[in-house]
Design a protein around this ligand. Structure first.
Ligand SMILES: [Zn+2]
Length: 434
């Protein structure tokens, strides 16, 4: 089996380690633990899917594999890791996400994710991962509940991932924290985080052709103007309840015979479409014109209904493709956030909150570890073979930890190879010398 080095776990780990060496360290020079080692330890914690920082701390008793596999020379204690990472500006981790994407581009692997020709579907959504009445930091969002007299502190993030309707892999981009912004007392919101996300997206990837897919909250005129300003195409959900003007407009046009209907049948599923191009999104922003697509999936007597607006001109020829693109939006929830929460990554576990950045740094490192895993899943045949051998991700992570904990290993390649093809066990011959 041939494995391309830059797309193997070891190649990706090396790239991450080198990236961490570039992150600014504001500490004085006489430091015990280099910043790159502290960041790499955080990365290894999520790469190994340890359930807690304490579990990772125990690894200091047998540091050989952390050194061999992850290249960590000085392993911080749990307290040291929290203290060091609390001071790190999470923006320092952002370039690493770009490098993962570049490794995939270099290996022509990102092309597997292309949709509608040269485009990539970029699904965006917000999610919460921390909530507490007691624990909080300078960046927490706070909400005061009058009735109970309690303040609830939370952290949320806006995540973005390249998705494809026919692929299980998702390629996450750098998340944008929804937190209190520096120097303000006001809570942040998903809409502002969205603006920052798009701004930084275009700084990181000025020319990548994206189709942004989002839910109905984002189908508003200011956001569509932002998308256009950044040269981003879009397929955004709309709802009759939230977009009354649009749906009334369509309904009248339909009665006047100005919209199009058609239906196709594929593998026992009826796909019914209704569309109209060049319609106003709402009354107060008549300049924002969109194309409207409505869709019903009728399968074994059950009907599901969806509707979107897009800047692609809709035809009977592309309606099906646009529909599948719009529906791939759920992959940011299901294949990304839910995987992080329920498939071994412990997204909602509080690994340590800190006073400044720790909570966001941990969330970013977890997303980065997930990106590296997904890149391997997309592009590394050895990882695919190991996964296929054990059958599930849960078993794969368990097996990884079991080997990592027990046996001296040179590299992650050696671990995946052992899982996929078994160990070569030396035969021991016992002589009877009596
Ligand atoms: Zn906080």
């Amino acid at each position: 089996m041939k494995v391309r080095k830059h797309l193997s776990a070891d190649g990706l780990f090396k790239m991450v380690r080198n990236g961490f060496k570039q992150v600014n360290d504001h500490r004085p020079t006489n430091i015990e633990i280099p910043l790159a080692d502290a960041l790499m330890s955080g990365f290894a914690l999520f790469s190994l899917k340890d359930p807690s920082l304490l579990a990772f701390d125990k690894r200091r008793q047998t540091p050989e594999n952390l050194k061999q596999v992850y290249g960590i020379n000085r392993i911080p204690s749990d307290t040291q890791m929290r203290t060091i990472l609390d001071d790190v500006n999470p923006e320092g981790i952002r370039p690493l996400f770009k490098r993962v994407l570049q490794q995939l581009q270099r290996g022509k692997e990102l092309e597997k994710m292309r949709y509608m020709g040269r485009y990539y579907l970029l699904s965006l959504d917000g999610t919460g991962y921390f909530k507490s009445e007691k624990v909080h930091c300078d960046n927490c969002l706070e909400k005061y509940y009058k009735r109970s007299g309690k303040t609830i502190y939370t952290h949320q993030m806006l995540g973005g991932a390249i998705v494809h309707p026919e692929r299980r892999e998702v390629i996450p981009l750098a998340p944008e924290a929804i937190i209190k912004q520096d120097g303000t007392k006001k809570n942040d919101c998903e809409r502002n985080a969205g603006k920052r996300f798009l701004e930084k997206l275009r700084q990181d990837h000025p020319r990548l052709p994206f189709i942004v897919i989002e839910d109905a909250l984002s189908a508003n005129a200011p956001h569509i103007r932002e998308l256009k300003r950044h040269n981003l195409r879009f397929i955004l959900g709309v709802k009759p309840g939230d977009h009354t003007y649009l749906f009334d407009h369509i309904s009248q046009a339909d009665k006047a015979g100005q919209s199009r209907h058609f239906e196709i049948e594929k593998d026992g599923v009826r796909h019914r479409f209704h569309f109209m191009n060049n319609v106003p999104l709402n009354e107060s922003n008549a300049d924002v014109r969109v194309n409207f697509l409505e869709y019903w999936e009728i399968k074994s007597g059950k009907t599901q209904h969806f509707s979107w607006v897009t800047d692609f001109t809709i035809t009977c020829k592309n309606a099906f493709t646009l529909m599948r693109g719009g529906r791939a939006r759920w992959k940011i929830e299901n294949e990304t956030f839910n995987t992080l929460k329920n498939q071994g990554y412990h997204f909602e576990h509080n690994f340590g909150h800190g006073e400044q950045h720790l909570s966001v740094v941990f969330a970013s490192l977890m997303m980065l570890a997930f990106a590296v895993d997904q890149a391997q899943q997309l592009a590394c045949r050895l990882f695919q073979a190991a996964w296929a051998k054990v059958g599930s991700k849960r078993s794969l992570w368990e097996k990884l930890r079991a080997i990592f904990n027990e046996l001296p290993m040179d590299s992650m390649t050696m671990i995946w190879r052992a899982i996929a093809f078994g160990f070569h066990v030396e035969r021991v011959i016992i002589h009877d010398t009596s």
